[in-house]
Design a binder for this molecule. Sequence first.
Ligand code: PEP
Ligand code: MG
Length: 541
Amino acid sequence: MITLTGKKVSEGIAIGKLSFYKRDTKEIRRIYVKDVEKEAQRFQKARQKAMQELKELCEIAAKEVGEANAAIFEMQQMVLEDHDLVDRITNIIVEQKLNAEYAMQNAVENFISTAAASDKDYVQGHDADVKDATNRVLRILSRGFKDKMLMDEPFVLATGELYPSEAVQLDKTKVLGFVTRYGTINSHTAVLARTKGIPSVIGLGEALKKDYEGKTIIVDGFEGKIYIEPDYTTITKMKQKQDANHTQAQNLERLKGKENVTQSGQKIDVCANIGTREDIENVLRCDAGGIGLFRSEFLYMESGPKPPTEEYQFQVYKLAAESMGLKKVVIRTADLGGEKTAECLDLGEDPNPAIGYRGIRVSLDKEEVFKTQLRAILRASAFGNLSIMFPMITSIKEVTTAKLILEKAKKELKNEKTAFDEDIPVGVMIETPASVMISGELAREVDFCSIGTNDLLQLTLGMDRQNEKLDRYYDTHHPALLKMIRIITNNVHLEEKHISVCGDLAADLELTEYLIQIGIDELSVAPNQVLALRKKIREIQ
Ligand code: PEP
Ligand code: MG
């Protein structure tokens, strides 16, 4: 048995086979095939296999995240059954004597671009899902035997570094846990692991060897340890720990429907942070008071070469709004840049990403992309209780300019006679030292503020949250940060506005009492942290 120690980023125990991440760098090549019949059969087999996978995913999703979210996999099955698409692919294989992968890629692009003019309602605005479905077939076509064996059952993912744009796409039904050689506990990949509730240990260094491929591994996300080819005693111990964790989670279930109130009667709202459509159902399941932070940039990061369309975004925000009913949903406009890169937006090279071209700076620069997002949020606001929040604010001017673009979007929708909430609340993130100093003035401009402790900490300390060498200096309880949170709370309350904390510190149970005591109105944490936080609040005197 080999034991390695890294950094714990997301709690839980995962036991399974280790599989190294195979980045899909293979270009699809145009290859002539002699036996077109055989190639057409290869395509049909992969298509059938993909349909079977989607059927299974649909059943699992219906159980775990509800019918509404599972419907997406039904729609993907419809894509793979579409005669028009299947015929196009088969024709390219047979008539042009080309390989199935190339035929698929070509036909799909054509299919998407002509869908707008066709009567295929179910495809329109769902480019990402069409690609998701067809990429599944492509993956099956290119799978090796070994890959197949490992990928057919859930596995523990290993990689050098996992980028946020990759972490956001992890299929929780397949990935039991993940382990990496590099990375920091404050990165967005770590945030995503916690949001999705995937046990993970990162920063294991070169000791995480490729030779471990296919071996049994245990990930102990509580201790930041992994065990490769564990012995019987370790397996038994870890299984017990897994069971105990399960029992604890079940005990927390009893707190559903209960108030977030201290023994002395002080109440605080507890909401959840999400990043994708798949996370919405988790919020309902954990009984959060709403969505305090929807990191909408993840929709851009998983969108491929083109930004998500207005229609696609509208559907996702609408689903969030409708699923939450009267509960609020705060959509943070795309906070791209820094480590959150998106293929669909060319943000260029940034010599200093943490203090570079990011957040609202990008949005104000790319006004059309920004307005498209605002239109989508506004349209969805007719279906629930939505709010808009701007990230990485440093000045009043940024807020007034963003609000002007919001007004333009509202005016367009009015002219188009499209319904939206005219009084949709607007808020800002307080996550730069500049915004702390002008938090009172900012609060006057908006309806609510939310403290992003992740960025606020790195910018206050002047330490990049991605830099592993700084881990030991990175004091998440630094008195400067705690003092800032108190100052912001007082300033925002003087303006009689609502103040929340949505950065990772909101889930730090050692600070819950302090945050309640200084008067924070709301804490927003990963869905699977909601009930543990409620328990902590209810224990406070
Ligand atoms: C934060 O900075 O605390 C925050 C919530 O934003 P993000 O982590 O997405 O940068
Ligand atoms: Mg931030």
